[in-house]
Design a protein around this ligand. Sequence first.
Ligand SMILES: Nc1ncnc2c1ncn2[C@@H]1O[C@H](COP(=O)(O)OP(=O)(O)OP(=O)(O)O)[C@@H](O)[C@H]1O
Ligand SMILES: [Mg+2]
Length: 1011
Amino acid sequence: MFVDVVHSMDIAAVVGAERLREIMGDLTDMCWAAIERLGGTVGSFTGDGIMAVFGAPVALEDHAIRACRAASAIQEEVRPLAAEAQRADGIALRLRVGLNSGEVIAGEIGAGAHGYTAIGEQVGMAQRMESVAPAGGVMLSASTARLVDGAAMLGGAESVRIKGAGEPVSAYRLLGIRERPFVPARAGSDLVGRQWEMSVLGGLLDDAVDGRGAVVGVVGQPGIGKSRLAHEVARMARRSGVDVFTACCESHASRVPFYAVMRLLRTVTGVDGLDGPAARDRLRDRIGDADPEDMLLLDDLLGIGDPEAVVARIDPDARRRRLTALVNVASTTRQTPAVYVIEDAHWIDGVSESMLADFFAVTPQTPALVLVTYRPEYAGALARVRGAETLVLDPLSEMETAALVSELLGDDSSLSELNRTIAARAAGNPFFAEEIVRDLAERGVLRGDRGAYSSTVDAAEVSVPATVQATIAARIDRLEPAAKHTLNAAAVIGVRFDLDLLTASGVEPSFDELVTAGLVDPIGSDYVFHHPLVRTVAYEAQLRSDRVLSHRRVAAAIEAAAPASADENAALIAGHLETAGDLHPAYGWHMRAASWAANRDIGAARLGWERAATIADALRAEDPGCTAMCIAPRTMLCATAHRVHVDVAGDHFDELREMCAAVGDNASLAIAMAGLLMDDAWQDRIQEASRLASEVWALVESIGEPTLTVGLSVPVLYAKLECAEWRDVLDWSQRVIDLAAGSPAMGDFLFGSPLALALATRAWARYWLGRPGWRDDQRHGLAMARSVEPLSYVTVVTYVYPSGIPNGVLRPDATAVREIEDALLIAERSGDAVVLNYARASLGLALVHRDTDAERDRGYALLIEVSDAALQRRHNLCDRPLIEAYVAREQARRGDRDAAIVSMRAVVDHLFGHGARLLHGVAAAGVLVETLIDGGSQDDLSEAAAAITRVADAPTGDELVIRDVWLLRWRALVARAHGDETAYRRYRDRYRTTAAAHGFEGHLSWARALP
Ligand SMILES: Nc1ncnc2c1ncn2[C@@H]1O[C@H](COP(=O)(O)OP(=O)(O)OP(=O)(O)O)[C@@H](O)[C@H]1O
Ligand SMILES: [Mg+2]
């Protein structure tokens, strides 16, 4: 051990020699006392520091732990001295301590009491550890860290450069000492059997260290030894200097979104136990030069966000994409190998499950071994990670069980019969065997100590409980009241619990008996149930009334302990209150949890609303006055269903409709219906979408609440656009523009700027109907959206270009492409999957209208991606036919004309099949017509003529200028293909003048290109 004073020269300069001697004298006395107390020997002074040896000449585990304790004690006890020095001399007195273990040559060198010293390479390393320790901290070399594994809490491996050493070496910060000699979790007896599993895992660990990572599922019944196996792997890893990070899922948190992923990432990043600012600094230290906004998202995920930090509106999809990318980059660039253990995945919360599955998808390219333990009933995403291995743990064999039981009992001759009884009952389940032995010892059937018992009774007279649960229950029953009370209250908190929470929930904790009985293990300042089954039994065996009381108290304690994190803890608090039967407050917390989650994960938010709805229903059964409570969460469920592809039309919606009717709540009904109509549109049921849109519009008009009307115009206008009902689009856009009266953010509950979007939709209607002013509307809408917020801007861009360019209204010039590229960048950073897909579609459509092959190729690739994504994620299916038409056009350009024509026909048939869908129908038909005309055979030309007629004859209420201008173009092309020069000229000239009259820039340039 080396102890040194930070900046001692500076201190000397400030206080002068005499005072320095005094200070150093106090310091030495203090250190000396601490070192001797813990069995160390003070060696030499190095001027301003101290060297000490523990256990020379051989370093033993115990010596290393004692050195750690001494180091901690020194840092603890220097505080009053430092405070005094600060007050009296204005100096900051701080120490660094370094520890290293290994063989040293020790002996009396020099004379006097302080003459004992140790020499050797190891001593140099201790001093170097001291030199890289933070002020006030203790740094351990890898060899010491290995010896104290389990007994001390250490930071992750830090790679440090050391004077005189070539390669950087690993060093570990000492974070604390575990309160009691820590029995590393469940390593009660030697590992029995499992050689094959250990050798497989050993091989995978070696591969991981070499950079070829793996994910392994460890599956088996409760108590069969999954955690034990994970623990053995962790030990093996630590022995070879590999970091291990563990996160446990818990039964009570299986509905708390982000619970598991947050826990894992907190340990990995080492922010546990740090306050907000320190945690954020640590995170930035670890992750280096990531995008600052991404780092804010990560802070938020880890629950260490700065309450002052402002993050722009980011859709949950984008948040998720960015976090996944950030974590994946961090893990793929991580050079040091690591083992990650996810314990008890059968209790994982849904959000964590899918995030971890994303993270683990890159594990094979990283130096990491991921172990996921779970019981056989679990079949979620972590059990199905691509390329993952699965190890199924069977019961131990008879011989193995007998060996385990012998080890637990000892080999006294009185035991052989009993051994057989226990082994038969335990049936290969090691935990059951352990519990039986504990039970028998507590009952006095066994006398002596673990591993050296003798039996007091004849084996034939011994009764053994039938199940492991019964065994545990009997053992709990035997506890003193105070211990039992503690255990019961703790079971309500969870497998792992901290003393503060327990105390705050009104329990005077009494742990000694619990620890001695092996029901609970201490870890640092927390405690953990020795086994999840102990918690389950302790929980379930309680009187309901006691449990209810505990849940209520725990909820209050969680809230009181961290009022600033109430939103993050809302789901947990809600769960406790719900179990306590406090339905009104539980409802409120679920709703609060849902609105917190709505920006983070839509699935998590829906979970909150679902719970709230269930509770509200229960309340309503007693008190019909609770109908409004039933409506609120249901409205949100319907409004967001289309985003997660849940079909809520039918019973769910009808129920809501009835409730709304009962209390006259048309606003909620309209909001819910707007969600339904989006689902219809995305699933390509556009007639239904249009019908619902009319209904919603009538409803909002009848309510007469301008904000609601403006806000809900967004989905309503979308449906009407898709149906090309241009007169409605025109009138309703106008209504929104009038109501909003220049206020860009009015009604922004679904979308940032409904007014900007209404301008874009009015432009759309105007050019289709041949009215003037559309170009100004587009410009105005874009500028307004840009001033409101980035995501609205992206959406307006995607309303302007992907229709404007294919329909020949706008030209795909460099400015347009640049504007779309910018929008795409924003969508990538902040948009949901749908906005992102729209932005990609806009760019793809623009690029396939450009001249160079390179641009068209890129456009083609984008369109394929967009089309696949829409199909896979089942959104925007109504817009997919247009994309498909242009994909086919590019296919034809690449020479696959026949196949291309087949898909074009299919698209056109689809769009003109049941009623004409002219929004995309005209441009898509144009793709087919022009490809056929290019072919030029008689058949081609007659098929083209038929397609033209189909478009021309499609019934519409109004004259559609866009259709007219296309018809002129196609007729000119057909006439030319037939060699009818006069007709050609006539159509061409009319085409030119019409395009010019309406200012359709795209058509103008195409028309100019005609000979
Ligand atoms: N092969 C083994 N040799 C010796 N002891 C074992 C073995 N397997 C398990 N044990 C012991 O049995 C007990 C239960 O094992 P463990 O906690 O690993 O079960 P588990 O499968 O994780 O159960 P759960 O699903 O409830 O978490 C532990 O105390 C553990 O040390
Ligand atoms: Mg386990």
